[in-house]
Design a protein around this ligand. Structure first.
Ligand SMILES: Nc1ncnc2c1ncn2[C@@H]1O[C@H](COP(=O)(O)OP(=O)(O)OP(=O)(O)O)[C@@H](O)[C@H]1O
Ligand SMILES: [Mg+2]
Length: 354
């Protein structure tokens, strides 16, 4: 897919701005604090309906104003589309002029792979960071997965409320377990499937980046270790933990306790990887995400790279530019990098300048 243009009205430090883009490489450059990341943030709103910075909608509205509006024109499989998000007290999203009632109708329509310096938390951070990565990725590929997640977390919340109360009725918990198992085994299945898909790309990219010196593996660590594809087995496993869960006062097993790990040359990257190896591994993971999306959907997502080149040495940058040359890319940096055939956008104080 390709994004042709972006309109910003009262979004962050942009009063009114209209930007057009090239199909290949778009380099957004400027000094610190000028509004480069704000552009990436606006794009990403169209992927998930939210900011990737985990802030409330009202925080992205220009100081002193009460409404922000962002709009993109984009091509999907050759056909032209428009999406608009109005951020007021409530959020109003329209796709080709039609109002979208549920976020699940938007998720996955605009596809992008986001890489920011915060993505390093994917390795160093808590398991919730890795689950979030998988969930956003799989939801963008399969909208039904997003609905599964919503259903699973709704039931989980109800069961946790029950477990927190005194005298939780064991029989009632078994009823919730039935529902949980129904959604859980499918979530496990999707996650295992996508990690299998990522695996060969990840190995290939890391090997290429490191000149054949680094072997990167990814392993899924589901909360239910065996037969996680089987609804009955998952239910049995959850039921076996019920007494412990009543003692603990919260749910101990299920997709909300999943994780995955990355191993570099046989060692856990989280504990033994160098800074450079961690950065490069995240880059390999993001490029794999892009390839898997292309393989499954038949069209590549756009690439949103915020402030990452300063973290990558010249040789590895060369590899990166080679890999992304046929994909629409938006990259921010503080200097005007010498990239062949790039569309340069210079940002100064919330405005594109020449
Ligand atoms: N709601 C808002 N209204 C107006 N300005 C805002 C709002 N939110 C953030 N800003 C401003 O946006 C600017 C930061 O923008 P952004 O993060 O895009 O900068 P950047 O160009 O990416 O900088 P860096 O190179 O440091 O990453 C800051 O000057 C900040 O004060
Ligand atoms: Mg920035």
């Amino acid at each position: 897919m390709k994004i042709n243009s972006l309109n910003l009205h009262n979004f962050r430090n942009y009063k009114d701005e209209f930007l057009t883009f090239s199909d290949n490489f778009n380099l957004i450059y400027g000094e610190n604090g000028q509004g480069k990341t704000n552009i990436i943030e606006a794009f990403y709103y169209f992927c998930t309906g939210r900011s990737f910075k985990n802030v409330k909608d009202k925080e992205v509205v220009l100081f002193g104003e009460d409404t922000a509006k962002i709009k993109i024109e984009f091509e999907k499989f050759g056909s032209l589309n428009f999406a608009e998000i109005l951020l007021k007290d409530e959020k109003i999203i329209t796709l080709n002029g039609v109002n979208i009632k549920k976020l699940s109708e938007l998720v996955g329509f605009v596809k992008a792979v986001l890489f920011t310096p915060d993505c390093l938390n994917l390795i160093k951070g808590a398991p919730s960071e890795r689950r979030h990565f998988l969930d956003v990725f799989i939801s963008s590929l399969y909208p039904v997965y997003f609905k599964l997640l919503l259903n699973y977390y709704k039931v989980l919340k109800q069961k946790n409320t029950l477990l927190k109360s005194f005298n939780a009725d064991e029989n009632l918990i078994y009823v919730w377990n039935e529902k949980l198992a129904e959604f859980a085994h499918l979530i496990f299945k999707y996650r295992a499937f996508i990690i299998d898909k990522i695996y060969p790309y990840l190995k290939e990219f890391q090997s290429e980046i490191s000149g054949g010196r680094e072997n990167l593996d990814i392993f899924y660590n589901p909360s239910v270790k065996e037969n996680f594809n089987d609804r009955e087995k998952v239910l049995q496993y959850i039921n076996e933990h019920t007494k412990k869960e009543i003692d603990a006062g919260f749910c101990l097993v299920g997709p909300h306790r999943d994780d995955f790990s990355l191993f570099i040359n046989g060692k856990d990257l989280k504990h033994y990887g160098s800074q450079g190896q961690i950065r490069t591994s995240v880059l390999s993971l993001k490029l794999s995400e892009c390839e898997v999306t292309g393989e499954i959907c038949g069209e590549y997502p756009v690439l949103l790279f915020d402030d990452i080149t300063s973290e990558i040495d010249i040789k590895r940058r060369g590899f990166l530019f080679e890999k992304i040359k046929d994909k629409q890319t938006f990259m921010t940096c503080t200097e005007k990098e010498n990239v062949k055939n790039a569309n340069f956008i210079h940002i100064k104080n919330g405005k594109a300048v020449n």
